[in-house]
Design a protein around this ligand. Structure first.
Ligand SMILES: Cc1cc2nc3c(=O)[nH]c(=O)nc-3n(C[C@H](O)[C@H](O)[C@H](O)COP(=O)(O)O)c2cc1C
Length: 170
């Protein structure tokens, strides 16, 4: 009934102002914790062309995609289309969701479903991603979201628990 779907990137990232290598992306860390709580295996949105490990190369590519509104090709997202509760996670990139997440929302019809968004970020929380989400899924019900600071992803259990409880998802 509930699907946990997320985009995340491992590799070099700016964390607390320093470039560091992380081998599990922050959003994936949160997605796994949500999955463990709900006993659901999270499903990843994967761009066909993976993002570089290098932080600056990723910034350059994703900025161009953002500016051009590129529909980044993604691999099929293997979730049960009859699931009517969708927990959707992504990092804040350029003040909104990565273009690959927009591709997912364009390709898969989530009309009539409840979407519970969560974001990881380095200060701008959801940015304008919720407006973009509403625009891309006009027939879905967007529920209250959970913002998590990327560097706090490992310590996000209690905020996840409160959020899921408040949403009656636990
Ligand atoms: C290309 C890029 C753009 C980003 N843009 C923003 C931004 O606009 N606002 C913000 O708060 N954080 C921004 N961040 C920081 C990420 O949102 C944050 O590190 C997030 O936790 C990364 O999640 P991930 O490890 O799952 O990819 C950006 C990071 C990258 C790599």
């Amino acid at each position: 009934m509930v699907a946990v779907i997320y985009f995340s990137r491992r590799g070099k990232n700016k964390q607390d102002g320093r470039c560091q290598y992380i081998n599990v992306g922050n959003t994936e860390v949160v997605a796994q914790k949500i999955g463990l709580t709900l006993n659901v295996k999270p499903i990843e949105i994967k761009p066909l062309q993976a993002y570089p490990v290098d932080y600056f190369e990723t910034k350059a590519r994703s900025h161009e995609e953002y500016l051009n509104g590129t529909q980044v090709p993604i691999a099929p997202v293997d979730f049960d289309i009859t699931d009517n509760l969708i927990i959707l996670g992504f990092p804040n990139w350029w003040g909104t969701m990565p273009q690959a997440v927009k591709t997912f929302l364009t390709k898969y019809d989530l009309g009539g479903k409840k979407i519970y968004p969560f974001v990881t970020h380095e200060g701008s929380q959801f940015g304008k991603s919720l407006d973009d989400l509403k625009q891309l899924t006009p027939d879905s019900l967007i529920m209250k979201g959970l913002p998590v600071r990327g560097t706090r992803a490992y310590k996000s259990e209690s905020s996840i628990k409160n959020w899921l409880e408040n949403m009656n998802l636990n």
